[in-house]
Design a protein around this ligand. Structure first.
Ligand code: TNX
Length: 527
Protein backbone atom coordinates (compact mmCIF):
# COMPACT_ATOMS: atom_id res chain seq x y z
CA UNK A 1 0.00 0.00 0.00
CA UNK A 2 2.72 2.32 0.95
CA UNK A 3 4.40 1.38 -2.29
CA UNK A 4 1.17 2.02 -4.19
CA UNK A 5 0.70 5.40 -2.57
CA UNK A 6 4.20 6.35 -3.51
CA UNK A 7 3.66 5.28 -7.07
CA UNK A 8 0.41 7.17 -7.14
CA UNK A 9 1.91 10.36 -5.81
CA UNK A 10 4.84 10.06 -8.19
CA UNK A 11 2.34 9.79 -11.02
CA UNK A 12 0.34 12.73 -9.78
CA UNK A 13 3.44 14.87 -9.48
CA UNK A 14 4.58 13.81 -12.92
CA UNK A 15 1.18 14.56 -14.42
CA UNK A 16 1.02 17.99 -12.83
CA UNK A 17 4.58 18.69 -13.83
CA UNK A 18 4.11 17.67 -17.44
CA UNK A 19 0.98 19.78 -17.68
CA UNK A 20 3.00 22.68 -16.40
CA UNK A 21 6.04 21.93 -18.55
CA UNK A 22 3.99 21.68 -21.71
CA UNK A 23 2.78 25.24 -21.08
CA UNK A 24 -0.88 25.09 -21.11
CA UNK A 25 -2.24 27.46 -23.67
CA UNK A 26 -4.38 26.56 -26.64
CA UNK A 27 -2.96 26.39 -30.14
CA UNK A 28 -3.69 29.54 -32.11
CA UNK A 29 -6.88 29.73 -34.13
CA UNK A 30 -6.98 30.53 -37.82
CA UNK A 31 -5.26 33.87 -38.22
CA UNK A 32 -7.75 36.65 -38.81
CA UNK A 33 -6.31 39.57 -36.88
CA UNK A 34 -2.94 40.72 -38.16
CA UNK A 35 -2.38 42.92 -35.10
CA UNK A 36 -2.32 39.79 -32.91
CA UNK A 37 0.51 38.13 -34.82
CA UNK A 38 3.90 37.86 -33.15
CA UNK A 39 6.63 39.55 -35.13
CA UNK A 40 10.11 39.98 -33.65
CA UNK A 41 11.58 42.57 -34.00
CA UNK A 42 8.30 44.40 -33.52
CA UNK A 43 7.34 46.41 -36.64
CA UNK A 44 6.61 50.12 -36.88
CA UNK A 45 2.91 49.71 -37.66
CA UNK A 46 0.38 46.94 -38.22
CA UNK A 47 -3.25 47.35 -39.26
CA UNK A 48 -5.66 44.47 -39.67
CA UNK A 49 -8.50 44.01 -42.16
CA UNK A 50 -10.04 40.86 -40.75
CA UNK A 51 -9.60 38.28 -43.52
CA UNK A 52 -7.01 35.70 -44.49
CA UNK A 53 -4.70 35.05 -47.42
CA UNK A 54 -4.00 31.40 -48.19
CA UNK A 55 -0.84 30.02 -49.70
CA UNK A 56 -1.73 27.11 -51.99
CA UNK A 57 -0.13 24.79 -54.47
CA UNK A 58 -1.03 27.21 -57.27
CA UNK A 59 0.56 30.28 -55.62
CA UNK A 60 3.21 31.94 -57.74
CA UNK A 61 5.75 34.58 -56.79
CA UNK A 62 5.90 37.51 -59.22
CA UNK A 63 8.63 40.10 -59.41
CA UNK A 64 7.85 43.52 -60.73
CA UNK A 65 10.72 44.71 -62.93
CA UNK A 66 13.35 42.31 -64.15
CA UNK A 67 16.68 42.09 -62.52
CA UNK A 68 18.84 39.40 -61.07
CA UNK A 69 18.64 40.83 -57.54
CA UNK A 70 14.84 40.83 -57.33
CA UNK A 71 14.77 37.37 -58.82
CA UNK A 72 17.21 36.14 -56.25
CA UNK A 73 15.10 37.54 -53.40
CA UNK A 74 12.02 35.85 -54.84
CA UNK A 75 13.91 32.57 -55.02
CA UNK A 76 14.89 33.00 -51.35
CA UNK A 77 11.18 33.23 -50.55
CA UNK A 78 10.39 30.18 -52.62
CA UNK A 79 13.21 28.26 -50.88
CA UNK A 80 12.02 29.35 -47.45
CA UNK A 81 8.44 28.20 -48.10
CA UNK A 82 8.80 25.12 -50.31
CA UNK A 83 10.10 22.39 -47.98
CA UNK A 84 7.25 22.55 -45.44
CA UNK A 85 4.44 23.38 -47.87
CA UNK A 86 5.58 21.09 -50.65
CA UNK A 87 4.47 23.81 -53.10
CA UNK A 88 6.56 24.75 -56.14
CA UNK A 89 6.07 28.53 -55.72
CA UNK A 90 7.60 29.35 -59.10
CA UNK A 91 9.11 32.80 -59.68
CA UNK A 92 7.81 34.76 -62.68
CA UNK A 93 7.87 38.32 -63.98
CA UNK A 94 4.86 40.42 -63.11
CA UNK A 95 2.26 41.29 -65.75
CA UNK A 96 0.21 38.13 -65.95
CA UNK A 97 -0.76 37.75 -62.29
CA UNK A 98 -4.47 37.33 -62.67
CA UNK A 99 -4.78 34.21 -60.56
CA UNK A 100 -5.94 34.59 -56.99
CA UNK A 101 -3.56 34.00 -54.15
CA UNK A 102 -0.32 35.28 -55.66
CA UNK A 103 2.69 36.96 -54.07
CA UNK A 104 4.15 40.08 -55.65
CA UNK A 105 7.54 41.63 -54.88
CA UNK A 106 8.07 45.18 -56.05
CA UNK A 107 10.53 48.02 -55.74
CA UNK A 108 9.02 51.45 -55.26
CA UNK A 109 11.48 54.37 -55.39
CA UNK A 110 8.98 56.93 -54.27
CA UNK A 111 8.34 55.54 -50.79
CA UNK A 112 11.38 57.20 -49.26
CA UNK A 113 10.23 56.74 -45.67
CA UNK A 114 11.12 53.05 -46.02
CA UNK A 115 14.80 53.90 -46.55
CA UNK A 116 17.46 51.27 -47.22
CA UNK A 117 15.84 48.40 -45.35
CA UNK A 118 12.19 49.21 -44.76
CA UNK A 119 9.29 47.42 -46.42
CA UNK A 120 5.53 47.51 -46.69
CA UNK A 121 3.55 44.31 -46.71
CA UNK A 122 0.01 44.50 -47.98
CA UNK A 123 -2.03 41.39 -47.47
CA UNK A 124 -5.48 40.91 -49.01
CA UNK A 125 -7.44 37.71 -49.52
CA UNK A 126 -6.20 37.63 -53.12
CA UNK A 127 -2.62 38.78 -52.92
CA UNK A 128 0.34 39.36 -50.73
CA UNK A 129 2.30 42.37 -51.97
CA UNK A 130 5.72 43.16 -50.56
CA UNK A 131 7.13 46.56 -51.56
CA UNK A 132 10.38 48.25 -50.65
CA UNK A 133 12.56 51.07 -51.85
CA UNK A 134 15.65 48.88 -51.93
CA UNK A 135 16.24 45.14 -52.39
CA UNK A 136 17.45 44.83 -48.77
CA UNK A 137 14.01 45.99 -47.64
CA UNK A 138 12.36 43.19 -49.59
CA UNK A 139 14.68 40.68 -47.96
CA UNK A 140 13.84 42.00 -44.47
CA UNK A 141 10.15 41.79 -45.39
CA UNK A 142 10.53 38.11 -46.31
CA UNK A 143 11.48 37.41 -42.69
CA UNK A 144 8.20 38.96 -41.58
CA UNK A 145 6.27 36.74 -44.01
CA UNK A 146 7.99 33.68 -42.48
CA UNK A 147 6.89 34.73 -38.99
CA UNK A 148 3.29 35.35 -40.12
CA UNK A 149 2.88 31.79 -41.38
CA UNK A 150 2.39 28.92 -38.90
CA UNK A 151 5.66 27.81 -37.29
CA UNK A 152 5.56 24.57 -39.27
CA UNK A 153 6.83 26.67 -42.18
CA UNK A 154 10.33 26.41 -40.68
CA UNK A 155 10.44 22.63 -40.72
CA UNK A 156 12.39 21.06 -43.52
CA UNK A 157 9.93 18.26 -44.17
CA UNK A 158 6.43 18.36 -45.64
CA UNK A 159 3.74 19.48 -43.14
CA UNK A 160 0.10 18.69 -43.83
CA UNK A 161 -1.65 21.90 -42.80
CA UNK A 162 -3.21 25.03 -44.21
CA UNK A 163 -1.01 28.05 -44.75
CA UNK A 164 -2.95 31.18 -43.89
CA UNK A 165 -1.87 34.72 -43.13
CA UNK A 166 -4.18 37.37 -41.63
CA UNK A 167 -4.91 40.31 -43.93
CA UNK A 168 -3.89 43.91 -43.36
CA UNK A 169 -0.87 46.14 -43.77
CA UNK A 170 2.53 46.24 -42.13
CA UNK A 171 4.88 49.17 -42.57
CA UNK A 172 8.28 48.70 -41.09
CA UNK A 173 11.81 50.12 -41.02
CA UNK A 174 14.71 49.94 -38.57
CA UNK A 175 15.77 52.32 -35.83
CA UNK A 176 19.52 51.76 -36.32
CA UNK A 177 21.37 51.25 -39.58
CA UNK A 178 23.96 48.90 -38.02
CA UNK A 179 22.50 45.83 -36.33
CA UNK A 180 25.16 43.26 -35.69
CA UNK A 181 26.37 40.08 -34.10
CA UNK A 182 29.99 39.10 -33.55
CA UNK A 183 31.37 35.60 -33.56
CA UNK A 184 34.79 34.85 -32.05
CA UNK A 185 36.18 32.17 -34.34
CA UNK A 186 39.65 32.58 -32.82
CA UNK A 187 39.33 31.13 -29.29
CA UNK A 188 37.45 28.20 -30.77
CA UNK A 189 37.28 27.73 -34.50
CA UNK A 190 33.92 27.21 -36.20
CA UNK A 191 33.55 25.62 -39.61
CA UNK A 192 32.05 27.42 -42.59
CA UNK A 193 28.73 25.58 -42.26
CA UNK A 194 28.32 26.70 -38.65
CA UNK A 195 28.98 30.31 -39.61
CA UNK A 196 26.43 29.97 -42.43
CA UNK A 197 23.83 28.71 -39.98
CA UNK A 198 24.59 31.66 -37.70
CA UNK A 199 24.15 33.98 -40.69
CA UNK A 200 20.77 32.38 -41.47
CA UNK A 201 19.64 32.77 -37.88
CA UNK A 202 20.68 36.40 -37.53
CA UNK A 203 19.08 37.19 -40.90
CA UNK A 204 15.78 35.85 -39.53
CA UNK A 205 15.83 38.61 -36.90
CA UNK A 206 16.76 41.26 -39.48
CA UNK A 207 20.35 41.82 -38.35
CA UNK A 208 22.58 43.16 -41.10
CA UNK A 209 26.23 42.81 -39.96
CA UNK A 210 28.31 39.83 -38.89
CA UNK A 211 31.61 40.78 -37.29
CA UNK A 212 34.13 37.93 -37.41
CA UNK A 213 36.88 38.05 -34.78
CA UNK A 214 39.47 36.36 -36.99
CA UNK A 215 42.60 36.47 -34.85
CA UNK A 216 43.56 36.30 -31.22
CA UNK A 217 46.21 34.84 -28.93
CA UNK A 218 44.89 31.32 -29.42
CA UNK A 219 44.48 31.25 -33.18
CA UNK A 220 44.80 32.96 -36.56
CA UNK A 221 41.82 32.01 -38.71
CA UNK A 222 42.22 33.54 -42.16
CA UNK A 223 44.69 32.54 -44.84
CA UNK A 224 47.08 35.39 -45.70
CA UNK A 225 49.01 34.45 -48.83
CA UNK A 226 51.97 36.77 -48.19
CA UNK A 227 52.38 35.47 -44.60
CA UNK A 228 51.29 31.83 -44.94
CA UNK A 229 52.46 30.60 -41.55
CA UNK A 230 49.88 32.79 -39.78
CA UNK A 231 47.09 30.38 -40.65
CA UNK A 232 49.17 27.23 -41.10
CA UNK A 233 50.93 27.43 -37.76
CA UNK A 234 49.19 30.24 -35.86
CA UNK A 235 45.82 28.66 -36.66
CA UNK A 236 46.82 25.12 -35.76
CA UNK A 237 45.31 25.10 -32.27
CA UNK A 238 42.61 26.67 -30.08
CA UNK A 239 41.54 26.97 -26.44
CA UNK A 240 42.03 23.58 -24.81
CA UNK A 241 44.48 22.49 -27.51
CA UNK A 242 42.46 20.10 -29.67
CA UNK A 243 41.33 21.23 -33.10
CA UNK A 244 41.87 24.70 -34.50
CA UNK A 245 41.77 25.56 -38.17
CA UNK A 246 41.35 28.50 -40.50
CA UNK A 247 39.37 29.69 -43.50
CA UNK A 248 41.12 29.59 -46.83
CA UNK A 249 40.61 32.74 -48.87
CA UNK A 250 38.13 30.81 -51.02
CA UNK A 251 36.15 29.78 -47.96
CA UNK A 252 36.14 33.32 -46.60
CA UNK A 253 34.96 34.61 -49.97
CA UNK A 254 32.20 32.02 -49.95
CA UNK A 255 31.11 33.21 -46.48
CA UNK A 256 31.16 36.84 -47.56
CA UNK A 257 29.00 35.96 -50.57
CA UNK A 258 26.61 33.87 -48.49
CA UNK A 259 26.18 36.79 -46.11
CA UNK A 260 25.81 39.30 -48.94
CA UNK A 261 23.06 37.20 -50.52
CA UNK A 262 21.20 37.71 -47.24
CA UNK A 263 21.99 41.44 -47.14
CA UNK A 264 24.47 40.96 -44.33
CA UNK A 265 27.85 42.70 -44.35
CA UNK A 266 30.85 40.84 -42.98
CA UNK A 267 33.10 42.97 -40.74
CA UNK A 268 36.46 41.19 -40.49
CA UNK A 269 38.63 41.86 -37.43
CA UNK A 270 42.34 41.39 -37.04
CA UNK A 271 42.99 42.28 -33.42
CA UNK A 272 46.17 44.29 -32.74
CA UNK A 273 48.61 45.27 -31.29
CA UNK A 274 47.54 43.00 -28.38
CA UNK A 275 45.71 39.67 -28.72
CA UNK A 276 48.41 38.72 -31.25
CA UNK A 277 50.11 35.69 -29.76
CA UNK A 278 49.10 33.46 -32.68
CA UNK A 279 50.88 35.81 -35.11
CA UNK A 280 53.87 36.07 -32.76
CA UNK A 281 54.27 32.27 -32.79
CA UNK A 282 54.25 32.19 -36.57
CA UNK A 283 56.92 34.82 -37.32
CA UNK A 284 59.80 35.52 -34.89
CA UNK A 285 60.43 38.91 -36.51
CA UNK A 286 57.11 40.24 -35.18
CA UNK A 287 58.47 39.90 -31.61
CA UNK A 288 60.72 42.61 -30.16
CA UNK A 289 62.90 39.78 -28.84
CA UNK A 290 63.25 38.32 -32.34
CA UNK A 291 62.19 34.97 -30.88
CA UNK A 292 58.90 33.29 -31.78
CA UNK A 293 56.31 33.02 -29.01
CA UNK A 294 54.75 29.67 -28.12
CA UNK A 295 51.30 28.51 -29.09
CA UNK A 296 48.75 29.39 -26.40
CA UNK A 297 45.64 27.41 -25.50
CA UNK A 298 44.55 29.11 -22.24
CA UNK A 299 42.08 31.96 -21.76
CA UNK A 300 44.12 34.78 -20.22
CA UNK A 301 44.10 38.14 -22.00
CA UNK A 302 46.45 41.10 -22.27
CA UNK A 303 49.88 39.44 -22.40
CA UNK A 304 50.87 39.74 -26.07
CA UNK A 305 51.91 42.68 -28.25
CA UNK A 306 53.29 43.27 -31.71
CA UNK A 307 56.65 45.05 -31.68
CA UNK A 308 55.37 48.57 -32.30
CA UNK A 309 58.68 50.24 -33.11
CA UNK A 310 59.83 47.79 -35.74
CA UNK A 311 59.15 48.48 -39.44
CA UNK A 312 58.48 44.84 -40.25
CA UNK A 313 55.40 45.10 -38.01
CA UNK A 314 53.94 47.76 -40.31
CA UNK A 315 54.81 45.73 -43.39
CA UNK A 316 52.90 42.86 -41.78
CA UNK A 317 49.90 45.07 -40.95
CA UNK A 318 49.89 46.49 -44.47
CA UNK A 319 50.04 43.06 -46.12
CA UNK A 320 47.37 41.54 -43.90
CA UNK A 321 44.96 44.46 -44.21
CA UNK A 322 45.67 44.70 -47.93
CA UNK A 323 44.70 41.08 -48.55
CA UNK A 324 41.70 41.29 -46.25
CA UNK A 325 40.48 44.50 -47.90
CA UNK A 326 40.66 42.85 -51.32
CA UNK A 327 38.56 39.93 -50.11
CA UNK A 328 36.01 42.10 -48.30
CA UNK A 329 33.40 44.09 -50.25
CA UNK A 330 31.97 45.68 -47.09
CA UNK A 331 33.20 49.11 -45.99
CA UNK A 332 34.89 48.20 -42.70
CA UNK A 333 38.11 46.66 -41.44
CA UNK A 334 38.12 46.13 -37.67
CA UNK A 335 41.58 46.56 -36.14
CA UNK A 336 40.69 45.42 -32.61
CA UNK A 337 42.84 47.50 -30.28
CA UNK A 338 41.33 46.15 -27.03
CA UNK A 339 43.09 45.12 -23.86
CA UNK A 340 46.60 45.83 -25.12
CA UNK A 341 47.96 45.71 -21.60
CA UNK A 342 51.40 44.62 -22.79
CA UNK A 343 51.75 47.69 -25.02
CA UNK A 344 52.69 50.92 -23.17
CA UNK A 345 50.27 53.77 -24.04
CA UNK A 346 53.11 55.77 -25.62
CA UNK A 347 53.60 52.89 -28.10
CA UNK A 348 49.91 52.02 -28.45
CA UNK A 349 48.86 55.45 -29.72
CA UNK A 350 51.36 55.75 -32.62
CA UNK A 351 50.66 52.13 -33.53
CA UNK A 352 46.90 52.68 -33.75
CA UNK A 353 47.47 55.90 -35.69
CA UNK A 354 49.54 54.05 -38.30
CA UNK A 355 47.21 51.05 -38.44
CA UNK A 356 44.30 53.41 -39.16
CA UNK A 357 46.23 55.05 -42.03
CA UNK A 358 46.87 51.60 -43.48
CA UNK A 359 43.13 50.80 -43.39
CA UNK A 360 42.41 54.07 -45.22
CA UNK A 361 45.13 53.39 -47.78
CA UNK A 362 43.34 50.15 -48.64
CA UNK A 363 40.08 52.00 -49.15
CA UNK A 364 38.30 50.91 -46.00
CA UNK A 365 36.72 52.55 -42.98
CA UNK A 366 38.33 52.03 -39.56
CA UNK A 367 36.46 50.05 -36.92
CA UNK A 368 37.95 49.30 -33.49
CA UNK A 369 37.17 48.54 -29.83
CA UNK A 370 36.65 51.59 -27.64
CA UNK A 371 40.32 51.85 -26.58
CA UNK A 372 41.28 53.12 -30.06
CA UNK A 373 39.64 56.44 -29.13
CA UNK A 374 42.83 57.10 -27.12
CA UNK A 375 44.58 57.56 -30.47
CA UNK A 376 43.79 60.24 -33.06
CA UNK A 377 40.80 58.86 -34.88
CA UNK A 378 40.74 59.20 -38.66
CA UNK A 379 37.60 60.43 -40.45
CA UNK A 380 34.62 58.11 -40.30
CA UNK A 381 36.14 55.86 -37.67
CA UNK A 382 33.67 53.60 -35.88
CA UNK A 383 34.33 52.87 -32.22
CA UNK A 384 32.80 49.86 -30.52
CA UNK A 385 31.92 50.71 -26.92
CA UNK A 386 32.19 47.68 -24.67
CA UNK A 387 33.55 48.85 -21.32
CA UNK A 388 34.94 52.37 -20.91
CA UNK A 389 32.37 55.16 -21.08
CA UNK A 390 35.22 57.65 -21.24
CA UNK A 391 36.46 56.06 -24.47
CA UNK A 392 33.02 56.38 -26.07
CA UNK A 393 33.02 60.06 -25.11
CA UNK A 394 36.51 60.53 -26.58
CA UNK A 395 35.28 58.87 -29.79
CA UNK A 396 32.38 61.25 -30.33
CA UNK A 397 34.48 64.28 -29.36
CA UNK A 398 36.70 63.31 -32.28
CA UNK A 399 33.73 62.99 -34.62
CA UNK A 400 33.61 59.19 -34.57
CA UNK A 401 30.46 57.08 -34.54
CA UNK A 402 29.76 54.57 -31.80
CA UNK A 403 28.54 50.97 -31.90
CA UNK A 404 26.91 50.00 -28.62
CA UNK A 405 28.15 46.65 -27.26
CA UNK A 406 28.03 47.17 -23.50
CA UNK A 407 29.49 44.00 -21.95
CA UNK A 408 26.90 44.07 -19.15
CA UNK A 409 24.02 43.81 -21.65
CA UNK A 410 25.15 42.50 -25.04
CA UNK A 411 27.95 40.01 -24.26
CA UNK A 412 26.49 36.68 -25.25
CA UNK A 413 29.31 34.81 -23.54
CA UNK A 414 28.14 36.08 -20.14
CA UNK A 415 26.30 33.45 -18.11
CA UNK A 416 22.54 33.76 -17.68
CA UNK A 417 22.87 33.13 -13.95
CA UNK A 418 25.19 31.38 -11.52
CA UNK A 419 23.95 27.94 -12.64
CA UNK A 420 24.85 28.38 -16.33
CA UNK A 421 27.57 25.90 -17.20
CA UNK A 422 29.04 27.67 -20.21
CA UNK A 423 30.30 31.21 -20.29
CA UNK A 424 32.00 33.74 -18.06
CA UNK A 425 30.61 36.34 -15.68
CA UNK A 426 33.26 39.02 -15.30
CA UNK A 427 30.89 41.72 -16.62
CA UNK A 428 27.56 40.43 -15.28
CA UNK A 429 25.08 37.60 -15.24
CA UNK A 430 22.75 38.49 -18.08
CA UNK A 431 19.29 36.96 -17.89
CA UNK A 432 16.89 37.32 -20.81
CA UNK A 433 15.20 40.35 -19.23
CA UNK A 434 18.47 42.14 -18.56
CA UNK A 435 19.63 41.71 -22.17
CA UNK A 436 16.36 43.34 -23.28
CA UNK A 437 15.81 46.08 -20.72
CA UNK A 438 18.26 48.78 -21.74
CA UNK A 439 18.32 51.73 -24.04
CA UNK A 440 21.36 52.46 -26.23
CA UNK A 441 21.03 56.25 -25.88
CA UNK A 442 21.11 56.02 -22.09
CA UNK A 443 24.32 54.04 -21.67
CA UNK A 444 26.88 56.85 -21.79
CA UNK A 445 26.03 60.45 -20.89
CA UNK A 446 26.45 62.63 -23.97
CA UNK A 447 26.45 59.71 -26.40
CA UNK A 448 23.10 60.27 -28.07
CA UNK A 449 21.07 58.92 -30.96
CA UNK A 450 22.99 60.91 -33.58
CA UNK A 451 26.33 59.48 -32.40
CA UNK A 452 25.19 55.87 -32.41
CA UNK A 453 25.50 53.93 -35.63
CA UNK A 454 24.00 50.83 -34.11
CA UNK A 455 24.17 47.88 -31.75
CA UNK A 456 26.21 44.69 -31.80
CA UNK A 457 26.14 41.57 -29.62
CA UNK A 458 29.53 39.81 -29.42
CA UNK A 459 29.86 36.11 -28.69
CA UNK A 460 33.34 35.39 -27.33
CA UNK A 461 34.22 31.73 -27.54
CA UNK A 462 36.62 30.87 -24.72
CA UNK A 463 34.00 28.47 -23.32
CA UNK A 464 31.88 27.90 -26.41
CA UNK A 465 33.01 24.97 -28.55
CA UNK A 466 30.27 24.00 -31.01
CA UNK A 467 27.10 25.17 -32.76
CA UNK A 468 24.72 23.92 -30.06
CA UNK A 469 26.65 25.93 -27.48
CA UNK A 470 26.67 28.99 -29.74
CA UNK A 471 22.89 28.73 -29.99
CA UNK A 472 22.43 28.21 -26.26
CA UNK A 473 24.38 31.34 -25.38
CA UNK A 474 23.04 33.51 -28.22
CA UNK A 475 19.38 32.53 -28.03
CA UNK A 476 17.14 33.98 -26.92
CA UNK A 477 19.23 37.01 -25.85
CA UNK A 478 20.23 37.92 -29.39
CA UNK A 479 16.57 38.13 -30.38
CA UNK A 480 16.02 40.85 -27.78
CA UNK A 481 19.12 42.72 -28.90
CA UNK A 482 17.85 42.52 -32.49
CA UNK A 483 14.62 44.15 -31.34
CA UNK A 484 16.50 46.92 -29.51
CA UNK A 485 18.39 47.63 -32.73
CA UNK A 486 15.30 47.56 -34.98
CA UNK A 487 12.35 48.79 -32.93
CA UNK A 488 11.72 52.27 -31.57
CA UNK A 489 12.10 52.54 -27.76
CA UNK A 490 8.46 53.61 -27.38
CA UNK A 491 7.39 50.20 -28.72
CA UNK A 492 9.63 48.19 -26.43
CA UNK A 493 8.28 46.96 -23.09
CA UNK A 494 9.64 43.89 -21.36
CA UNK A 495 6.21 42.47 -20.41
CA UNK A 496 4.97 42.70 -23.97
CA UNK A 497 8.23 41.29 -25.36
CA UNK A 498 8.25 38.48 -22.81
CA UNK A 499 4.79 37.39 -23.98
CA UNK A 500 5.72 37.59 -27.65
CA UNK A 501 8.96 35.66 -27.08
CA UNK A 502 7.01 32.90 -25.33
CA UNK A 503 4.57 32.73 -28.24
CA UNK A 504 7.49 32.64 -30.68
CA UNK A 505 8.88 29.43 -29.09
CA UNK A 506 7.38 27.07 -31.70
CA UNK A 507 9.40 28.92 -34.36
CA UNK A 508 12.60 28.44 -32.35
CA UNK A 509 11.78 24.75 -32.09
CA UNK A 510 10.96 24.42 -35.77
CA UNK A 511 14.27 26.11 -36.59
CA UNK A 512 15.93 23.62 -34.22
CA UNK A 513 17.56 26.41 -32.24
CA UNK A 514 19.05 25.05 -29.05
CA UNK A 515 17.92 28.02 -26.94
CA UNK A 516 18.06 28.62 -23.20
CA UNK A 517 14.50 28.22 -21.89
CA UNK A 518 14.65 30.88 -19.19
CA UNK A 519 12.12 30.60 -16.35
CA UNK A 520 11.30 34.25 -16.92
CA UNK A 521 9.41 33.37 -20.10
CA UNK A 522 6.23 31.34 -20.50
CA UNK A 523 7.32 29.23 -23.48
CA UNK A 524 4.40 28.05 -25.59
CA UNK A 525 4.59 24.58 -26.99
CA UNK A 526 1.83 24.49 -29.60
CA UNK A 527 2.86 24.22 -33.25
C1 TNX B 1 36.97 40.91 -23.18
S1 TNX B 1 35.62 42.69 -25.01
C2 TNX B 1 37.56 40.86 -24.43
C3 TNX B 1 37.75 39.56 -25.08
C4 TNX B 1 37.31 38.42 -24.24
C5 TNX B 1 36.03 38.78 -23.52
C6 TNX B 1 35.46 37.67 -22.73
C7 TNX B 1 36.94 42.81 -25.61
C8 TNX B 1 37.05 43.85 -26.58
N1 TNX B 1 37.87 41.97 -25.18
O1 TNX B 1 39.09 39.40 -25.45
O2 TNX B 1 37.11 37.33 -25.06
O3 TNX B 1 36.27 39.87 -22.68
O4 TNX B 1 34.22 37.98 -22.22
Amino acid sequence: MKYLMNTFSTFAILAIFSLYASCTSEPPKEPTDLTQEVIIPKPVSVTASGGAFTLTETTKIYTQSDGEELDQIARHLSNYLSPATGFDLPVESAGSESDDGHILLQLNDSDTELGEEGYELNITEDALTLAAQQPAGLFRGLQTIRQLLPSGIEKDSLQEMSWKIATGTIRDYPMYEYRGAMLDVARHFFQVDDVKRYIDLIAYYKLNHLHLHLSDDQGWRIEIKSWPKLAEYGGSTQVGGEGGGHYTQEEYTDLVQYAQDRFITIVPEIDMPGHTNAALTSYPELNCSGKAAELYTGIEVGFSTLCTDSEVTYQFVDDVIGELATLTPGPYIHIGGDESHATPMEDYIPFVNRAQEIVLKHGKQVFGWDEIANAELVDNAVVQYWAEAENATKAIEQGGKVIMSPATKTYLDMQYDSTTELGLHWAAYIEVDSAYIWEPTKMVAGVDREHILGIEAPLWSETVTNMDEIEYMAFPRLIGIAEIAWTSPVDRQWEDYRTRLGQHAPYLKALEIDYYASDLVDWKSYE
